[in-house]
Design a protein around this ligand. Structure first.
Ligand code: G3P
Ligand code: CA
Length: 265
């Protein structure tokens, strides 16, 4: 059986901060990662894409206008695709003010900065976002993680790294490159028997939207020796409901609320 890969809470449900502690800080920034750490999150999820000069950065949308001031800084560069900008250009953007003035000047971080910020304090749930836009990104991520002294071996041994994506072919490629790293498959629609049969044997985690998850699916995933983490649960009542049907992990914008629920009995 693939076990949950983080320090167990009393209910053994792993708490995962979605895009950092993104309910209270700007998503996918070091401020959001550090807040999640201060809130004792067991895992932090971030979305990884690639710049025009091949750097790996944490951004959710494939364009920059929702979470930065790119329209003011680079007005002529519409449609502001992440992959059309160099890292030096992305560094000029304010990735915090859209959220609140308190976070003005927050920058888009690199994957390496996220890993360094986490240290050994929390695990990393690394989502490969829209890999079809970034051919070869699986190899880039593997190389980047492997280049961090001591990171891959110790993170895998300690259960502090999972790589996930909605793009399951990308995850198959990552698994073939780096079979030691547990893989999560994201689903917005309910995975059916053929999806689960395809995942069994190489994927460690089935990670669906909570909207398509029920006790029957949880049981079936467990029968197939995989774990199941659901996204994105932001109120305590919904967190309790999914805790009680036996999910292995819960992904939330409010990791502080989530920890409260997991420790309440
Ligand atoms: O980790 C699950 C969740 O992050 C997937 O959806 O759109 O927030 O990346 P999204
Ligand atoms: Ca994500």
């Amino acid at each position: 059986v693939v076990t949950p890969t983080a320090p167990a809470s009393p209910t053994s449900v792993v708490d995962i901060a979605h895009r950092g502690s993104s309910g209270a800080a700007p998503e996918n920034t070091i401020a959001a990662v550090e807040l999640a750490l201060r809130q004792n999150a067991s895992y932090v999820e971030v979305d990884i894409q690639r710049t025009a000069d091949g750097e790996l950065v944490a951004v959710h949308d494939t364009t920059l206008e929702r979470t930065t001031d790119v329209e003011e800084v680079f007005p002529a560069r519409a449609p502001w695709r992440v992959g059309d900008f160099t890292l030096a250009e992305l560094r000029q953007l304010d990735a915090g003010s859209w959220f609140s003035d308190e976070f003005a000047g927050e920058r888009i971080p690199t994957l390496r900065e996220v890993v360094d910020s986490l240290g050994r304090r929390a695990g990393l749930l690394l989502e490969v976002k829209s890999p079809e836009l970034y051919p070869g990104i699986e190899r880039d991520i593997d190389k980047e993680l492997a280049a961090i002294p001591g990171y891959l071996t110790s993170a895998v041994a300690a259960g502090r790294l999972v790589v996930q994506s909605f793009d399951h072919e990308s995850m198959r490629r990552f698994h073939d490159l780096q079979p030691a790293v547990p893989i999560g498959l994201l689903y917005s629609d309910r995975p059916d028997e053929s999806d689960l049969a395809e995942a069994k044997g190489w994927a460690a985690q089935i990670n669906p939207s909570y909207r398509v998850t029920d006790a029957e699916l949880v049981e079936r995933v467990h029968e197939l020796d995989m774990t199941i983490s659901v996204y994105t649960l932001n109120d305590a009542a919904t967190m309790r409901a999914y805790r009680d049907i036996g999910v292995d992990g819960i992904i939330s914008d409010y990791p502080d609320v989530l920890r409260g629920v997991l420790y309440e009995r």
